[in-house]
Write a protein that binds this ligand. Structure first.
Ligand code: PLP
Length: 412
């Protein structure tokens, strides 16, 4: 097949031709190789299921009368309604909503808000603390606050320096003590983290106590806490937000992926009154100078609002609890299998490592498992030798059997 398309995270020299998607419905993608169970929610975006009818309807209704309008100096009902709904659902104190269009831009906005805050407060704080192995996106700023490695080595000259905290192990004091020391320097503008689980960093799980401990240190030393809920938000960890496991509120929170149920791109960065007020001034130099052409696209906002309404109208918590149980049962089925190690779960997300001589992202086992799963009618996307199942919430028990069956039948 000849194609002009340059695919993301795809080695055209070695990988077989991409699978061609034809249509989507529920937990499935119909393709030229037959139906595929979307066990990775199409890069973690699809929450309720593909082509969720109310979301699709909202898109069609809005597209018929209101398409893109400039969002600087103009506003519209879908954005207004969505912003107030988000404020009502988000951790307490996040009262201001800034729209953008991807997880990466939501994080870039968060970083700019944090640095802007300290600049406008007249304080010289400009260091950012991060947790090792984190992932926050692929733009220069988000790569800078993420883990360095094969993904971004070529761009190193463009990236800025950050202070890295070790991933929590044992009694977790390694992370908390390291942060306490850094925060006490008085130079830390913000801490940015993925709450409870590092996604692209290998589905590494840590406890809600650490999150609460880090919040307490931020409070003690006046460091802004940025929580990146781009992957974890909208139920993945078993609660609406990962932050809900502890009741903490960040100063800034990023959401995208499941915001529209995974149907259309949109992102939002929510900020506390304190962060907003630092930019609110008769001095125009304090304006928050960030935008993108499609900021708050009305069609995307309407889709997100329909998605939000699903949370408000249906017993989503029951669905998440049931999925968490089903995932746990299937993961337990592989826990004693000598080919696997490190079974772990965070809400609806379950992961396990394949025991191989060469681990890491470039482990050759990943592409082989992916190809094997496609033959079994399942879309998986291992992170090196880590395989995970993160399905849309509409999956059935039989679907999950199929996904985990594909993993179990793989010859390492
Ligand atoms: N933050 C986290 C935690 C993510 O997992 C991702 C994407 O996987 C991003 C940010 C970047 O999102 P996007 O790919 O929409 O730019």
């Amino acid at each position: 097949m000849t194609s002009a398309v340059w695919h993301p995270f795809f080695q055209h020299a070695t990988e077989p031709d991409p699978v061609r998607a034809i249509s989507t419905e529920g937990a499935y993608i119909r393709t030229d190789r037959g139906p595929l169970l979307d066990a990775v929610s199409s890069w973690w975006v699809v929450t309720h299921g593909h082509n969720q009818p109310q979301i699709v309807q909202a898109i069609c209704d809005t597209a018929g009368h209101l398409d893109q309008v400039i969002f600087a100096g103009l506003t519209h009902q879908p954005a207004e309604d969505l912003a107030s709904a988000l404020v009502g659902m988000a951790p307490a104190g996040l009262d201001h909503v800034f729209f953008s269009d991807s997880g990466s831009t939501a994080v870039e906005v968060a970083l700019k808000m944090a640095l802007g805050y300290w600049k406008h407060e007249g304080d010289g704080r400009n260091r950012i603390a991060v947790i090792e192995d984190s992932y926050h996106g692929d733009t220069i700023g988000t790569m800078s606050v993420g883990e360095r490695g094969v993904f971004n080595a070529a761009y190193d000259p463009l990236m800025f320096g950050v202070d890295r905290l070790p991933f929590p192990v044992g009694d977790r004091s390694n992370t908390l003590d390291a942060f306490e020391t850094l925060a006490a320097t008085g130079k830390m503008a913000a801490l940015i983290l993925e709450p409870l689980i590092l996604g692209a960093g290998g589905m590494r799980v840590y406890s809600a106590d650490v999150l609460a401990g880090l919040r307490a240190i931020c409070d003690r030393h006046d460091v802004l806490m940025i929580v990146d809920e781009v992957m974890t938000g909208w139920g993945r960890t078993g609660r609406l937000w990962a932050c809900d496991h502890t009741g903490i509120s960040p100063d800034i929170m990023c959401t995208s992926k499941g915001l529209t149920g995974g149907v259309i791109p949109l992102a939002a960065t929510l900020a506390s009154g304190r962060v907003f007020r630092a930019h609110h001034s008769t001095d125009r130099r304090r304006t928050f100078y960030h935008s993108s052409s499609y900021t708050a696209n009305p069609i995307a906002c309407a889709a997100a609002l329909a998605q939000v309404r699903l949370w408000q109208a249906s017993p989503m918590q029951d669905r998440l609890d049931a999925l968490e149980t089903m995932q746990g049962e299937r993961l337990a089925g592989l826990a004693e299998d000598p080919r696997f190690e490190n079974p772990r779960q965070c809400g609806t997300i379950a992961a396990i490592d394949l025991k191989v001589p060469e681990g890491g992202y470039l482990s050759e086992v990943g592409p082989r498992l992916r190809a094997h799963a496609i033959d079994q009618g399942v879309l998986l996307r291992p992170l090196g030798n880590t395989v995970y199942v993160m399905p849309p919430y509409c999956v059935t028990a039989a679907d999950l059997d199929k996904a985990w069956g594909a993993i179990a039948s793989f010859q390492v």
